[in-house]
Design a protein around this ligand. Sequence first.
Ligand code: SAH
Ligand code: SF4
Ligand code: F3S
Length: 460
Amino acid sequence: MTTTQNTLNTINLNSGLKLQTGTYYVEVWGCQMNVYDGGRIRDLMNASGFTEVKSPKDANIVVLVTCAVRAKAEDKVFNQIASWRHTGYISEKTVIALGGCVGSELAEKILELDKSINIIFGPRTIHRLPNMISQFVSSGDPVVDVAADGIDKFDYLPESGPVGPSAFVTIMEGCSNKCTYCIVPYTRGEEQSRPVQDIIDECVNHIANGVIEIHLLGQNVNSYHGIHNDGTVCNFSTLLYEIAAIPGVKRIRFTTSNPMDFTDDIIEAVAKLDVISDSIHVPIQAGSDRILEAMHRRYTAKEYIKLVKKLRKARPTVHISSDFIVGFPGETEEDFNETMKVVNEVKFDQSFSFVYSIRPGTPAAALDDPVPKEVKMKRLYELQQRLEEHALEYTQAFVGTVQDCIVEGTSRKDETELKSRASSGRIVVFKGSEDLIGKMVKVKITSVIAHTLKGELLND
Ligand code: SAH
Ligand code: SF4
Ligand code: F3S
């Protein structure tokens, strides 16, 4: 399945610049899918003979994997490049490759914003990065390759090396839901699922490298519909059973779930498969049906609450978290109160909330938006206060419980302590020897500091 060889063969390095022995620096913004892409870019660059460095100032090539979900996220990359240039971290000789969601959103327009950018790639063209570098070095002209169709990128990426005890595995690309506020369907393209065997092979390779937790990624994992080798379609619940059956898989996480596709068979898998983590992220976005309809979310607040009830029945220890958008165009005080009503009823665990950000080209960008910014900020503050109260209640309720924790390394604050992650996603620190790193252990929680749990290792 690995076809790196092809990629390497097509690199033309007759330019005098010995880029195959060059250095590169990668910086990633955005969601876990971008973190995954950043990791795969590292795999590819290393396999193509490049050496990673920890600072842009030591790099021949700076690779930026960006996010476009809100205007602020998009601005970040341009501010970052300007600041590196100002501090001398990048010079006119540094090759700058800008990719990820801003890459596919703006494509050639980026060259109008910043002429010093040399290569523009998209989420689906990361596998062609070495070729683009070679093309730029040969010609000196900017290279833009942001095609948003096909998922052949996975066929051209080399196998990953060790990544620690937990690995991201992307199971699908893109999104076809077209929520009216969201730019993702335009930056990552239409939804396409990877074949089952590719996903299983990637998981098996990770397990062989010491991984015990697989974190499945997609913009809408519940609507996964890949194919088996025999051509039959596999839905998300079947995929969960197949991954759970791989020897060595001790925990499975998945992000993100869309409420409308969280079908009963997936809930049943959550009930049956102990390896599925206790933390399930199901973004509701808003609690007002009028706003949900305007967002094109295709579920009502009532349906969402019903889903939460079913999940809690299936797995009493489940922790539900969500994303919220406050101040969608035309959101009234009454609409916002509906959101607060759902928040109070559901009591979410650690969630993300944002003020609506206009994304050019999306349907919502054309809507009238009479609500003043200060009103939106006040609503966001009120929502975040309440979300934090609830999340703290959950954190405190862990005291006295025993948690299965995956040990990630030593604690940054105190090297005599180990840092691990419980099924709920909480960080748990405890005293223990370094040979536990990479293992799953039982820890009795004794106290909390903010959202971090402290505990004692149990010998079972
Ligand atoms: N596919 C996921 C969301 C991916 S984007 C889902 O549907 O749940 C991550 C989050 O960014 C979204 O859940 C939403 O809360 C937020 N978001 C997306 N577009 C936004 C916008 N235009 N303004 C503010 N927040 C936005
Ligand atoms: Fe965006 Fe909606 Fe797709 Fe999520 S489901 S990525 S919010 S369009
Ligand atoms: Fe951002 Fe693209 Fe992810 S816009 S949230 S990096 S899919």
